[in-house]
Design a protein around this ligand. Structure first.
Ligand SMILES: [Fe+2]
Ligand SMILES: [Fe+2]
Length: 225
């Protein structure tokens, strides 16, 4: 069973102690889903200040009426984590959500499918934005490679990925299993190849030329998206 902590009915001053209490009770690798009625930005900053390197912050829904975030306790408590570790964890997490989505489509549970797809799409778009707006500019600045480098290729592939997301969305809304499975097959193939290139080339290279402080900065910024 998923642990869910819905703080919407709690008095504001009770919320943070309850949230940090729930986090402290998590075993390594466990997570809970926080449900709130506003963007929990101050909470994220408090986590970054008080639990640096100990937690994952993965938004699942960002308004307009509810905000949901999966907050996990990392298996290893290490503030000096690499970008490869952070970004790869997100790839794996997104793969799991996508599998859940495909399972729901197969069983024609369209409401579940639609919810799973919203989480997947939000997560993947945030991930792409962490790359294009935060990580790639640093990579391009440090290497001087723009038009001819790996980030150029990755940006092109992101365009294809986003188009496939739109197409899966449309087929899911239309409850069209063959449309979903066709586009799902294509996005899964595209992502497998794309993620592999990032995990084996782009992320490790970024780790190699960025300082520990720069890496931490990129991760903190990515969490605020
Ligand atoms: Fe990417
Ligand atoms: Fe990626």
């Amino acid at each position: 069973m998923e642990k869910i902590l819905d703080v919407r009915a709690m008095a504001p001053k009770e919320r943070h102690p309850k949230i940090f209490g729930t986090f402290k009770d998590l075993a390594p690798g466990e997570y809970f889903i926080l449900v709130n009625d506003h963007e929990p930005r101050p909470l994220l900053y408090q986590f970054q200040n008080e639990h640096d390197g100990e937690f994952e912050w993965w938004p699942l829904e960002q308004g307009p009426t509810a905000w949901r975030v999966a907050i996990a306790r990392r298996k290893t408590n290490d503030p000096k984590r690499t970008l490869t570790d952070y970004m790869q964890s997100d790839h794996m997490r997104l793969d799991r959500i996508f599998n859940r989505f495909q399972e729901a489509v197969k069983e024609k549970r369209w409401d579940d499918a639609s919810g799973d797809f919203r989480e997947f799409s939000l997560g993947l778009r945030r991930h792409i934005s962490a790359e294009e707006d935060i990580l790639f500019p640093v990579f391009e600045e440090k290497t001087g490679m723009r038009e001819s480098g790996p980030t150029f290729v990755m940006r092109m592939e992101h365009k294809d990925i986003k188009e496939l997301l739109d197409s899966i969305r449309a087929s899911t809304d239309g409850k069209d299993p063959s449309g979903v499975s066709d586009a799902s097959y294509r996005i899964a193939n595209t992502l497998a190849d794309h993620n592999m290139k990032e995990e084996h080339i782009l992320y490790p290279e970024s780790d190699a030329f960025m300082s520990e402080a720069e890496r931490a900065q990129v991760i903190k910024k990515a969490q605020t998206l």
